[in-house]
Design a protein around this ligand. Structure first.
Ligand code: ATP
Length: 346
């Protein structure tokens, strides 16, 4: 059992605050992804959980035990980092066995665990090779196998697939997901790649400027962003935003169209995903700027009241530069944001 609780954790580097009062609970066996742009504090938070960095404030609990005063090796965690520190002068077998030998496990147990994790990671045929002779993807698997061989309650991973090419990333992603589900480990995984986050996570904690803006399932984060930042960061292309001028009780004017909206005392912001609109009468008038056929869909970049506004339509949709489209947002997909707080309005 390894639930991880982060309670009021803050981190300051001199005058700079890298993390502001983070509260987050990762449940036992959950796969949590920390997602955010470069510099938002993901690695700092992971390092605090690992014990490689001390928090300026707050507490870290793992499996019901307060650990923030304990050194990394006493926290029951294994780590896989970006530069995956696999020892080139050791064989794959000895690399995977490394932590177990440090713990002075008997040879029979070392052998059993090394072979089992090598099988899980599909590297059993490489056990006698020197790690210096491996490809990046194979080395990466060795690093993950070495972590899993420790049978940790918790595995922490910081951009572990970042050095791989696109195809290998895709393969490793699927494998990691399968292996971790099988090993019943609680995992925290740092990435700035939203596709990776969406595909791996049970929950995603979206970070921005040292804060967790939303922690929810991938679908929830995509469909119901808790803040404007989440809608603008997640999705490729991201959400479209337009000002919504209050014009009566639960009525707003968005680019000349009257739409039903939430209760609000003043003007708010309208948001819609590019794939959540249809062409039809009485919609938002949009001037086509660029048409990009993407195979299954067509991405059309338009101009609405001087703002870039993107729509994804069926690949058989016909549009060319200069056309005027009338875009009708699907009512159940519209989201509204408070322009001051930038939080979602329910
Ligand atoms: P990336 O994806 O680029 O690794 P990140 O989200 O992991 O980014 P962190 O590495 O956690 O970001 O850094 C968060 C902020 O804290 C950054 O602005 C960084 O410059 C700053 N920072 C991190 N470590 C230190 C340090 N030891 N001293 C001073 N500032 C630091």
């Amino acid at each position: 059992m390894a639930e991880i609780e982060i309670k009021g954790v803050a981190k300051r580097f001199g005058a700079f605050t890298a993390l502001h009062q983070i509260d987050l609970t990762i449940t036992n066996q959950e796969f949590m992804v920390l997602l955010g742009a470069s510099g938002c504090g993901k690695t700092t938070l992971l390092r605090i959980i690992a014990g490689l960095e001390t928090p300026s404030e707050g507490e870290v609990w793992i499996g019901g035990r307060r650990v923030d005063h304990l050194p990394p090796r006493q926290r029951g965690i294994a780590m896989v980092f970006q530069n995956y520190a696999v020892f080139p002068h050791l064989t794959v077998y000895e690399n995977i066995a490394f932590g177990l030998r440090m713990q002075k496990k008997p040879q029979s147990e070392v052998d059993h665990r090394v072979k089992r994790t090598a099988e899980l990671m599909h590297i059993e045929q490489l056990l006698q090779r020197y790690s210096g002779q491996l490809s990046g993807g194979q080395r990466q698997r060795v690093a993950v196998a070495r972590a899993l061989a420790m049978e940790p309650d918790v595995i922490l991973m910081d951009e572990p697939l970042s050095n791989l090419d696109a195809l290998l990333r895709l393969e490793m992603r699927a494998e990691l997901k399968g292996v971790l589900a099988h090993s019943k480990t609680t995992a925290i995984y740092v990435t700035h790649d939203q596709v990776e986050a969406m595909s791996l996570a049970d929950r995603i904690a979206v970070m921005h400027q040292g804060r967790i803006v939303q922690a929810a399932s991938p679908v929830e984060v995509y469909r119901n962003p808790a803040a404007r930042f989440v809608g603008s960061f997640i999705g490729n292309p991201p959400m479209n935003f337009l000002p919504a001028t209050k014009s009566g009780e639960e009525r707003f004017i968005v680019a000349g169209s009257m739409l039903k909206g939430p209760k609000a005392s003043g003007d708010i912001e309208f948001a819609i995903r590019p794939e959540d609109m249809d062409i039809g009468p009485g919609g938002i008038p949009a001037t086509v700027r660029v048409v990009e056929p993407l195979g299954a869909h067509t991405l059309i970049t338009t101009d609405v009241e001087g703002k870039i506004f993107r729509v994804v339509l069926d690949s058989n949709a016909e549009a060319k530069t200069g056309d005027m489209l009338s875009l009708v947002p699907r009512a159940d997909r519209i989201r509204w944001f408070d322009p001051q707080s930038t939080s979602a309005i329910q």
